[in-house]
Write a protein that binds this ligand. Sequence first.
Ligand code: HEM
Length: 205
Amino acid sequence: MEGKLYLYPVWVRLWHWLNAMLCLLLIISGVSMQYSDPQYPLIRFDWAVSIHDIAGIILSLSYLFFILGNLLTPNGKQYLFRLKGYFRNIAKQARYYAFGIFKGEDPPFAITEDNKFNPLQRFSYVFIMYVCIPVIVITGWYLLYPEYFLHDIFGNRGLHITDIIHVVMGFLISLFFVVHVYFCTIGKTPLSNYRSMFNGWYEKH
Ligand code: HEM
């Protein structure tokens, strides 16, 4: 198709929207458990716990699906990067977002089938999908079944440390969520990237 690239195969789109919905549920139920006054909870506490546990278990499975999909299909290569010039390229892309875009400059890195992410996208997707999500999933399972993990070695301190790591990762993922949804409006039109994630076709600038 003229002016379009097929960048998002069906499995990526299915995984992505399931993952987005689960993350939203986890953020809302997590915030409700963390901050609500027990008298006036955002969501009733026992419901928030059940929603959080069930969504977390499904997220773990969908994460395994994401990892397998990236191991077994060429999509995984999109997440690989070279260290040479890594920070220079990130700075170039950040400069474009801060200044160039407002002067009508062309994006510094062309989107192609072999290179669908710009350096900042790649950095944030790798950090979220290969650092934050695995850490939040592992710490989540530990908080669900503390007796089966390191409790004997670290005792209650282990539980508190795990909880803090879990909450910090939740904060970083929430931050990513907001920034990601905003940055996805930077496309040919504000809605074109969202359309891509439904029909698979990226619309070139
Ligand atoms: C309502 C929430 C969300 C919306 C509207 C949204 C939207 C989009 C759109 C339009 C794209 C394609 C453009 C691009 O590649 O940047 C995309 C890609 C992506 N998003 Fe999201 N997203 C949401 C939530 C999330 C969450 C919560 C995560 C991870 C925790 C996430 C991770 C990703 C990843 C890894 C890709 C690249 C997938 C690939 O092509 O391999 N998204 N998102």
